[in-house]
Design a protein around this ligand. Sequence first.
Ligand SMILES: O=CC(=O)O
Length: 327
Amino acid sequence: MSSENKKFKVLVTHPEVSQEGIDLLSHQCEVIICQAAPPVLAEILEKSKGVDALLWGNNKPLSAAVLDAAGPQLKAISTMSAGIDYVDVAEVKRRKIPLGHAPIVMNNAVADTAVGLLLAAARRFHEGRLKIETDNWESGHRNWMLGQDVRDSVVGFFGFGGIAQSVAKRLSGFDIDSVLYTTRRRVSEDIEKEYNAKKVDFDTMLSQSDFVIIASPLTKETAGIFNATAFGKMKKTAVLVNIARGGIVNQQDLYEALKTNQIFAAGLDVMTPEPLPSNDPLLSLPNVVLLPHLGSATQRTRADMSATAAHNVLRGLAGEPMVSPAY
Ligand SMILES: O=CC(=O)O
């Protein structure tokens, strides 16, 4: 099909969106791709003008300004992420524009990252490396650098959706004792049975878990919920893992809790701000393992995310339900 015959224009807001999604769109649409990486809002606003759909390939705020710049013919939007905290969902809804996102395809990659962080934090990998770097390898001591066992542990999840369940599946291979989870809605009995999981309130999950894994969206209700009070309820031996959003944690309070050994360690793939400046106090702590938001960063996962987003856009343009609707 030549571009004149293509009915719809789609703007892809990042030049590094994997080719899989671009190819899918190109069969049926005229595809415009932003050139700036990292993305620049001015370019997005300019190129949005008159498009029928947006494949939002970055996590810049998707606000009313963008929707206004695009114009009233805008028929579909998809992000390429699971979390959509940077989207003004109320505004998109008000304009009755279908919005898609790309969860599920990233469950395995993010769960792998979570397990990696959990083991690294529990077994003090970062601190161990620092000991070598500073010539402090104390080979003569039996009880040096002891960590926390994963076997027989109680693993608590804050949020128990697809990513959390993929973590639970992996951890069942580590012979954990059981899973506690805190969510608004209970998951099915089958899922509870599969992971030996029980829904409990936030305080119970905090106080009874050996590992606490944050796997929930960032919302008004979850913002900063992991604060000094929450850390005060956790076991001194507990390990915190965050693969969701940095804003769910009060980072200053977490710093204090780790510094004063109120909790044992933390493994964070997400933080505030991102990128975290190299002089942030968190980097001075031996008991925190930090990753620069690598949860879904595998080639296959990114390709699957772009394909999901493209399918969402194509469905939205066809007036059909999206494969992964965000609401
Ligand atoms: O953080 C990544 C995502 O929400 O996809």
